[in-house]
Design a protein around this ligand. Structure first.
Ligand code: IPM
Ligand code: MG
Length: 355
């Protein structure tokens, strides 16, 4: 199989974790006789420095024309005070919107070797296996109007939370499809006791549910969900929620598994999908070979499965990650007494060897 992948390392640790993941992908290509062609593109702070825009036209063009996109992370203190349209994060939002990636799939599964790395008690987290399906192109992130203006003599900032029926319907369908292939349990998370967008959300999710009588649907308010995720995470299988709630809850779900450095994601819905670690650019450890590349390596495994339909190849990566962890190899974020500390490159190398 021959595939073209647009590779956007981005900023901070993005460059290091992407290099590690591509090292693993090269090993897969060699072993299973595929050709993966990498087309490098700039986005985020790297693009701002080189071309003064966060998302250059050619990056978008490459992303639209390839078979899948791999992104590291964007952002950093250097660009934090930039005006809104020149923030590195705009690149990420632009790619999601332009590629039509409305369904963000964020699995939070605990590796048994890592139960001790979680900040929660072993019996609470052992066996956690959750997928957060986050709506990615609507809600507060994109709602208009938004901006700053002066009202009654003082400056205000404002955003609009808005969802249409079709936006809710398609993300609900994605979530039900995923739930159907798992434990057939879906929890829709909203704030319907307060927000109109959530009341519409709940109404449409209930309508979509009629097509999926085999899936057990529950509803939960987002504040309660935040609490339940810590109290008893094993009650959840698939969670579906709007953009900002999903942003927050997926970080929380990630932490159940020990480190956000472990969590992969796939953004689907358009003709080309994008894969990225859930974590950010971590400027504090950038360039020091300290970052955990596993989230990006696991994102590549998702790419093989979802975009290229290469299940055996995808599983080879997942098994290699499990083996390396069970042999006691760790990056700093998941290090515990008695395990072996590795750098970013060494971790990617170990996983490659295991494949
Ligand atoms: C994420 C990140 C992004 C988001 C930021 C970097 C714009 O937190 O992918 O979860 O808020 O969606
Ligand atoms: Mg986030």
């Amino acid at each position: 199989m021959k595939k073209i992948i647009t590779v956007i390392p981005g900023d901070g640790i993005g460059k290091e974790v992407v290099a590690g993941a591509l090292h693993v992908l090269d090993v897969i290509a060699h072993k299973f006789k595929h050709t993966f062609d990498y087309k490098y593109a700039l986005a985020g702070g790297a693009a701002l420095d080189a071309q003064e825009v966060p998302l250059p036209e050619e990056t978008l063009h490459l992303a639209k024309a390839c078979d899948a996109v791999l992104l590291g992370a964007v952002g950093g203190p250097k660009w934090d005070s930039n005006p809104q349209h020149l923030k590195p994060e705009r690149a990420l939002l632009g790619l999601r919107k332009e590629l039509g990636l409305y369904a963000n799939i964020r699995p939070a599964k605990i590796y048994s070797a890592l139960v001790d790395a979680s900040s929660l008690k072993k019996e609470i987290v052992d066996g956690v296996d959750i997928i957060v399906v986050r709506e990615l192109t609507g809600g507060l992130y994109f709602g208009k109007p938004s901006g700053f203006e002066t009202r009654n003599g003082e400056e205000v900032g404002f955003n609009t939370m808005i969802y249409s029926v079709s936006e809710v319907k398609r993300i609900a369908e994605s979530a039900f499809e995923i739930a159907r292939k798992r434990k057939k349990k879906l929890c829709s998370v909203d704030k319907a006791n307060v927000l109109e967008t959530s009341q519409l959300w709940r109404k449409i999710v209930l309508e979509v549910a009629k097509q999926y009588p085999d899936v057990e649907l529950t509803h939960m308010y987002v504040d309660n969900c935040a609490m339940q995720l810590i109290r008893d995470p094993k009650q959840f299988d698939v969670i579906v929620t709007e953009n900002l709630f999903g942003d927050i809850l997926s970080d929380e779900a990630a932490m159940l598994t020990g480190s956000i450095g472990m969590l992969a994601s796939a953004s689907l819905g358009g003709t080309v999908a994008m894969y990225e670690p859930v974590h950010g650019s971590a400027p504090d450890i950038a360039g020091q070979n300290k970052a955990n590349p596993i989230a990006t390596i696991a994102s590549v495994a998702m790419m093989l499965k979802y975009s290229f339909d290469l299940s055996a190849e995808s599983e080879a990566i997942e098994q290699a990650i499990e083996k390396v962890l069970s042999k006691g190899f760790r990056t700093g974020d998941i290090f515990t007494e008695g395990t072996t500390l590795l750098g970013t490159q060494e971790m990617a190398q170990k996983i490659s060897e295991m494949i």
